[in-house]
Design a protein around this ligand. Sequence first.
Ligand code: SF4
Ligand code: SF4
Length: 181
Amino acid sequence: MSTKVMHHRPLNFWERIYVPEVARGLWVTSRHFARNLFIHTAHRLGLLKHLQAAVTIQYPEEVRPYAERLRTRHRLTQREDGSPRCVACMMCETVCPAKCIYIVAEEDPDPNIEKRPKSFDIDLGVCVYCGYCVEVCPEDAIRMDTKIMNIASYSREGMWYNMDRLLHPEKEGDVLLKPKT
Ligand code: SF4
Ligand code: SF4
């Protein structure tokens, strides 16, 4: 595969002395400010409704609606008795391109089910949110539909999601960032 070398245009004299570019930037910002102020004022008066103005969303107190198919924090689905639907087939662990799923299987006491996970961990600090684990699962046992986005943590350990966290996403306080439905 050949490498494409990008050559940047050299700065001209006016760009090198910066002041005209700073003034140009200020002009662009001021123009947007004046336009938004004018249109929002007109909207308040019931005018120019066909024109859109910029809106500031007060994140995280306010969250814009998420798309239905948005991939958010993982969860493990449960059977009616509360046990995980996962049968520890290891397909998600195998397909995961980031290699961040760790499953330990054990025999299931139910003779109709071969295996169950003894432990099921995902390192979300490494996950790339591709959704392959969800797509490959034959049991619909893992989903990325919690609509939970604030998975940041001050430690690497905080990004480690064990089976309890995956089975009970509602236990954690991060539902705050769910959009209003
Ligand atoms: S979303 Fe992708 S990277 Fe993340 S755990 Fe699933 S398969 Fe792995
Ligand atoms: S693919 Fe589904 S059933 Fe198989 S180990 Fe992963 S979550 Fe469990």
